[in-house]
Design a protein around this ligand. Structure first.
Ligand code: IMP
Ligand code: MG
Length: 175
């Protein structure tokens, strides 16, 4: 691992406040329904749990895992599904929960895959969005924060599997 340090970009209190707002918005939008959160492992685990706690309509959850990144900080461009959902999502009101949208390849792929399973509705919620890096068009329904094109860690996001547990979002600065 190259020599680097982490600089705080979004502190814990700001993230917490924003997740609270997203939870309120989702609760309003899904009034009278059960929202089915699809957490994309591993990065979205922290965000999904915090968000779920702020949603006041009934919540169900399932998990899937895919990757477009290797050990490095650049996308390989190939999306690989390594764990599928446990249960069908037919007639469910599904929200895909992501940690970050970068090129958009992962979500573009996942959205196509899940929409073929006939959910009642399908939306996307991401904690972070790096719009400058988009190579494929994806409609994102809920965004926590738009950020600059920097490689970030924390709140589930990793650099070579490290730093997921940081309670804030930090930028990896190479020394
Ligand atoms: P996309 O397919 O290029 O949109 O990539 C999405 C995935 O790339 C995310 O779920 C992350 O796992 C990873 N990723 C993208 N940007 C970052 C970053 O700044 N830090 C850590 N992981 C990232
Ligand atoms: Mg990820």
């Amino acid at each position: 691992m190259e020599k680097h340090h982490i600089e705080v970009m979004l502190d814990e209190a700001s993230i917490d406040a924003r997740i609270r707002e997203l939870g309120e918005e989702i609760s309003r939008d899904y009034a009278g329904k059960t929202v089915y959160l699809v957490c994309i492992l591993k990065g979205s685990v922290y965000f999904t749990c915090e968000l779920a706690k702020r949603i006041t309509v009934p919540v169900a959850m399932d998990f899937m895992q895919c990757s477009s990144y290797g050990a490095a900080t650049k996308s390989s461009g190939v999306v690989k599904l390594s764990k599928d959902l446990d249960l069908p999502i037919t007639d469910r009101d599904v929200i895909i929960i992501e940690d970050i949208i970068d090129s958009g390849r992962t979500l573009n792929h996942l959205k196509k895959l899940l929409s073929q399973r006939n959910p009642a509705s399908l939306k996307i919620c991401t904690l972070l969005d790096k719009p400058e890096r988009r190579v494929t068009d994806v409609k994102v329904d809920y965004v926590g924060f738009q950020i600059e094109d920097k490689f970030v860690v924390g709140y589930g996001l990793d650099y070579d599997q490290q730093y997921r547990n940081l309670p804030y979002i930090g930028v990896v600065e190479f020394d």
